[in-house]
Ligand binder design. Sequence first.
Ligand code: A3P
Length: 296
Amino acid sequence: DGQRLIKYNGFWLLEVLFRPMLSAQNNFKAKDTDVILSTMPKSGTTWLKALTFSIANRRLFTIDQSPLLTSSPHTLVPSLEFNVYWEQENPDLSNIPSPRIFATHMPFNILPDSIRESDCKIIYICRNPLDQFVSHRHFLLENKIGKEADPLDVDEAFDMFCQGIHPCGPFWDHMLGYWKAHLENPGKVLFLKYEDLKEDITSQVKKIAEFMVFPFSPEEEEQGLIDHITRLCSFESLSNLAVNNTGNINGLVKNSSFFRKGQVGDWTNYLTPAMAERIKKLMDSKFGNSGLMFKI
Ligand code: A3P
């Protein structure tokens, strides 16, 4: 069952990712120039990978030669938990150009120490939990993972979600871990929301580039480079590429399952107002006056 969860340091982690995660904890040595993308599953990981890859490598190739046209964002930006490198004691990472970009679903307090202790940058993206829940359910169904091959009743799955029992949950603790780290050190942790990227991708891409200490020059802006990148990385563009329509990752998940609708508020088509009210109350009590919130 690909959905078995293990409780570790207060979080429900996917059993299949647990051993690689411990291995990354022991073996991954972050460099000061690294960029670590952190997310809960179904919060905008694929999009953020494509954007940061394009920002970091924009002087190496033009948009029409972008590796994103022929490789999945998940190949170009490897995940710490999936990476075979961490199975080795001293992995050879010498062929990865700087800045290296890696992704992880690990909660902030479980990250490899070197990520917190080095000067590397962390970019976190999260998403309205109602949309995240709906997206995750479809992801499981699409890939016929676990009990979802024979779907769990939506009420039961939602109830578990509200108890925090879902991959990398509870969502509030995952988000708050990075939110507090961002408040303490905004130069170290950038905190993004999927909804803000949907609303104004141009300003968010500029912000991400500045945070990566690789801001767009006035010439690049004049050439329309930000637009070119946002268009290349848009849902419409990426989801139509053959490489993202076919094949799978590690024989586990279909590439196409990372592209469903890419919309804000799709939960209204699947969940009841009462469910939304429950999430609202949960967020009020868990987020309190931390300053973190989502519009529902
Ligand atoms: P939906 O299921 O709501 O459509 P992750 O990448 O973290 O697994 O998240 C997947 C979600 O992000 C899916 O949401 C997917 O459609 C959406 N998505 C993927 N690529 C996107 C893009 N380029 N722009 C906007 N949304 C994208």
